[in-house]
Design a binder for this molecule. Sequence first.
Ligand SMILES: Nc1nc2c(ncn2[C@@H]2O[C@H](COP(=O)(O)OP(=O)(O)OP(=O)(O)O)[C@@H](O)[C@H]2O)c(=O)[nH]1
Ligand SMILES: [Mg+2]
Ligand SMILES: [Zn+2]
Length: 292
Amino acid sequence: MIARIICLIAGEYTIYDEKTAQILLAKPRGLFRKENTSPKVGDIVEYEAGNPYATIIKVYQRHNDFVRPPIANIDQAFIITSVCEPTLNLNLLDKMISIFEFQRIEPILIFSKMDLLDEKGLLETTKIIQYYAQIGYQVIQTMTTNPLTIEKIKPFLQDKVSVFTGQSGVGKSSIMNLLDNQIHLETAAISKALNRGKHTTRYTKLFMVGKGWLADTPGFGTIEFIDMDESSLAHSFVEFFTYGKECKYNGCLHQNEPSCNVKKKILEGKILKSRYDNYLQFLNEIKSRRKW
Ligand SMILES: Nc1nc2c(ncn2[C@@H]2O[C@H](COP(=O)(O)OP(=O)(O)OP(=O)(O)O)[C@@H](O)[C@H]2O)c(=O)[nH]1
Ligand SMILES: [Mg+2]
Ligand SMILES: [Zn+2]
C-alpha cells in the first residue's frame, strides 16, 4: 500500500493513504537507519498495515530533497518575506530564490505584513516588489488584517505539493491558519528587542489546503548553497541570465570581466542594486567554501 508522509515528530510518522483517504501512524522498518536515509515529510512510501503503527517498508525515489526545511518531493515553494517586523530581508529572499531556481522549483513570492508599512515605506517597498514581478516572479502581497489578500494564494495550491518557507516570524503559520479554518497552528509575536521571530513552529507538516498539499515549516536563520557552483549561481539570478547573453565572455560571472552587459544594466538602473550586491556576496560564499 502506498502513502505520503505528512508529518514526523520524534520518530513517529503520520502518513496519508490517498486511496483509502486514511491517516495512519507509522514507524519505519529498522533497515532505514542503517542505510542512513530516514524517510521524511513529503516522501511517497510503501507501508504495511499494523496496530498501533503501520510499517514503512520502502521510500520511493525523491524528485527533490531539502534539508531546510526538511521536506522532499515539492512542486513549488512560497517564499514568505515580511516587509516589516522582521525588517524586509532581501538577502535571504535572493538566497532562497536562487536555491529553488537551482533545484528547478518555481518560487512564488509572498510579501507579508503589508499593513505595517507607512506611506513612505509602502512607496519604497512597492518599487522593490514590482522589480521581482517584472523579472518574472509571481508576487502576492498579504496582510492578515485583510483575508482577501490571503485568498489570492489558494489558486496556486491545487494539485500541487507546496511549501511555506521564510525566516521565523514572517507569518507563515498565521497565513496557513487563515487559508483554512480547520488549521490551528501556534503563532507568536516577534521579539521587538531582537527584531526576530521566536521559532514557534518546530515541525514541518503537510496540510490539505486548496485541493493540494501545503507544508508549514520552521523558520530558519541561515541556509547554504549546497552543491551550487559559481556558474549555477549566476544562472539562478534569472535577469542576469537573460542580460548575460550579451556579455562579451561566455560564462561571464559579472564581476570584473570586460564588456559585461549585467554591469552595464546596473549602471543604467535596470537591475536592482541589492540583487547584484547579494549576488556578489553569494559568489564569495561559494568560492570560499570551495577552498576547503
Ligand atoms: N501586522 C501583521 N502581523 C502579522 C501578519 N502576519 C503575521 N503577523 C504576526 O507576526 C507574528 C509571527 O507570526 P507567525 O505566524 O508565528 O510566524 P511564522 O513565520 O510562522 O514564525 P516561525 O513559526 O517562528 O517560523 C505573529 O504575532 C502574527 O500575529 C500580518 O500580515 N500583519
Ligand atoms: Mg510558524
Ligand atoms: Zn557579465
